[in-house]
Design a protein around this ligand. Structure first.
Ligand SMILES: O=P(O)(O)OC[C@H]1O[C@H](OP(=O)(O)OP(=O)(O)O)[C@H](O)[C@@H]1O
Ligand SMILES: Nc1nc2[nH]cnc2c(=O)[nH]1
Length: 180
């Protein structure tokens, strides 16, 4: 089993880059079908979504716009952090078809906050594309979670945009912690 060390924590390989890219290709095909004749606005949630957004958008061949926003909530592996202010959310999204792009949905707290704020701005539609979802960790109902790359166990993961204490975002594969 391929293992790596990030700071004080050991991780083992979980999803390799080839598997990730194959799944993203299928997600792109689905988006091209669902948004045919539309011009959606993809809103990436920084920092974690930057690699997923880059790879996903290469598979999208309909007219579209891309922007990024930011929310800060986690320190280390703790999931008790408070969602803070949304920064850089586009102001004029009335009547637009919005696709929020996330790297991971864990408790769903971040997304719940983002969805509430975006819906107040009267978009035509809002859906979420998340590379990863931890169903066992979800604490909030999220109806708009339409495009999921992988459902994963409730374990801390790193790589492909996801960090551990700021490190590991540049790993091309996704790794899981070997112990909590
Ligand atoms: O469903 P939740 O429990 O709210 O967790 C999911 C959020 O946590 C991560 O962001 P983080 O705050 O770690 O910021 P980052 O993207 O800059 O790493 C991830 O990118 C999601 O936005
Ligand atoms: N890196 C990382 N960030 C997260 N944010 C919420 N869950 C996770 C996770 O499993 N890994």
């Amino acid at each position: 089993m391929h293992k790596i060390q990030v700071e004080d924590k050991e991780f083992e390989i979980f999803l390799d880059n080839d598997i990730i890219n194959k799944r993203i290709r299928l997600m792109g095909i689905q988006l091209n079908v669902d948004y045919e004749d539309k011009c959606p606005l993809f809103v990436g949630v920084l920092n974690g979504s930057f690699l997923f957004m880059a790879d996903l958008i290469k598979e999208v061949n309909i007219p579209c716009e891309i922007t990024f926003m930011r929310v800060a909530s986690y320190e280390g592996t703790s999931s008790s952090g408070q969602v803070k202010e949304l920064i850089g959310l586009p102001t004029n999204i009335e009547g637009r078809d919005i696709i929020i792009v996330e790297d991971i949905v864990d408790t769903g707290l971040t997304l719940t906050h983002i969805l509430k704020t975006i819906k107040e701005k009267n978009p035509a539609s809002v859906k979420v594309a998340s590379l990863l979802l931890k169903p066992a960790a979800l604490k909030y109902d999220i109806d708009d979670l339409e495009y999921i790359g992988f459902e994963i166990p409730n374990e801390f993961v790193v790589g492909y945009g996801l960090d551990y204490n700021g490190l590991g975002r540049n790993l091309i594969d996704i790794y899981r912690a070997t112990e909590a």
